[in-house]
Design a protein around this ligand. Structure first.
Ligand SMILES: NC(=O)c1ccc[n+]([C@@H]2O[C@H](COP(=O)([O-])OP(=O)(O)OC[C@H]3O[C@@H](n4cnc5c(N)ncnc54)[C@H](OP(=O)(O)O)[C@@H]3O)[C@@H](O)[C@H]2O)c1
Length: 329
């Protein structure tokens, strides 16, 4: 197939492009040339979707794959341009108003979509309404030939957010480290490469629809994830499991200072992945994701955080203070 990919040099976009090239598709990418290197084997065009995409004038493709749309009017413009008869859009489960009940499926209430010309991709507080606006642009223009892939938390090589890379980096240093809450707490994490394969499978079958692209049920636990990090890095690090009340009393910030830790966060990690599973989502073993992410970091991979994202991780000094307090408690 002739595929037009918007972006294609970052985390998810890169995974889609690498997989598509591997499958023998003819891939054209469009980006500004700022974020990362082009994948070998693509036709790489330069364009800025916030201003003009004249480089695509008169071009047509079999499908558009849009992993990077963040601003509704920009997505509306590329949808209206009808570069192809099929449009796949990578969205997020942040479009749901709340993830506070287990089993949230695609029928749950979403934010109203905004249609904001100046929507700022760096403003993560407006992410849900912006991505919903992008979805509506695709749904209303493409109908059944539009795919909306609502990803949950994404991990894997080329990570541009940084949670799993932080844990790997910390654990590689060795010694006792803070392990938050219940080691048995289930997590739902999707490898960018599994997300990419799912999107391409649907594109090849020209199957539209809306899917939460998450494992249908936990695919690891906090305890297994940290064990996998110890194994992958070959470190002597030792997990010190501390209860959530103690950590909160110590002023440790969930998520920001200890990535992926949400106190009592059961519902956040139990979104329904049933429809993606039925549509053929395949998941690699989570330990493989951890190993490959570590290999990527070791071979010089760097988290180049998306605009607006805060860096993750507790400071060395604060970690030492909390470890000492735990010891004496
Ligand atoms: N990370 C998560 O856990 C998570 C969870 C759920 C959903 N998601 C979604 O997953 C997707 C991640 O996509 P991604 O990793 O490929 O990265 P992304 O940060 O959304 O997009 C970056 C790509 O878009 C290009 N780009 C940015 N601004 C552009 C512009 N004005 N004109 C043309 N190209 C532009 C960049 O290249 P240049 O800078 O060179 O132009 C780069 O190739 C996003 O849609 C995100 O909302 C992420």
């Amino acid at each position: 197939m002739r595929l037009l990919v918007f972006g294609g040099t970052s985390f998810v976009g890169r995974a889609i492009v690498e997989d598509a090239v591997g499958r023998g598709h003819l891939v054209t990418t469009v980006n500004r040339g700022l974020t990362g290197a082009d994948v070998a084997g693509v036709e790489a065009l330069r364009g800025d979707r916030s201003t003009e995409l004249g480089v695509l004038a008169g071009r047509t493709f079999d499908a558009v794959v849009d992993p990077s749309g963040q601003v509704p009017l920009q997505v509306l413009r590329t949808a209206w341009a009808k570069y192809a008869p099929f449009y796949a859009f990578v969205s997020t489960t942040a479009v749901y108003r709340a993830l506070d009940a287990a089993g949230t499926d695609e029928s749950a209430a979403t934010w109203p979509g905004v249609a904001d010309e100046d929507g700022d991709p760096a403003d993560l507080t407006t992410l849900g309404p912006r991505k919903r606006g992008c979805e509506l642009a695709v749904e209303q223009t493409y109908g059944s030939q539009g795919l909306i892939a609502r990803a949950g938390m994404i991990v894997g090589p080329h990570d541009n957010v940084g949670q799993l890379p932080w844990w790997l980096g910390r654990i590689a240093v060795g010694g006792p480290f803070i392990a938050p809450g219940d080691p048995g707490r289930g997590l739902q994490l999707i490898d960018a490469r599994d997300l990419a394969a799912f999107v391409l499978d649907q594109v090849e079958a020209r199957r539209g629809g809306v899917h939460n692209v998450v494992p249908d049920g936990p695919n690891t636990t906090m305890g297994r994830l940290l064990d996998d990090c110890v194994r992958a890095t070959g470190s002597d690090a030792e997990a010190m499991w501390m209860d959530e009340g103690f950590l909160l009393a110590q002023g440790v910030q969930p998520w920001a200072e200890l990535p992926l830790w949400i106190p009592g966060g059961g519902a956040f990690w139990s979104v329904s992945g049933a429809s993606a599973k039925a549509a053929g989502l395949r998941l690699r073993p989570f330990a493989e994701t951890v190993r490959d992410t570590w290999e990527w970091l070791r071979s010089g991979g760097e988290v180049r955080a998306v605009a607006g994202a805060h860096p993750f991780g507790i400071s060395k000094e604060k970690e030492q203070k909390v470890l000492a307090a735990w010891e004496s408690a």
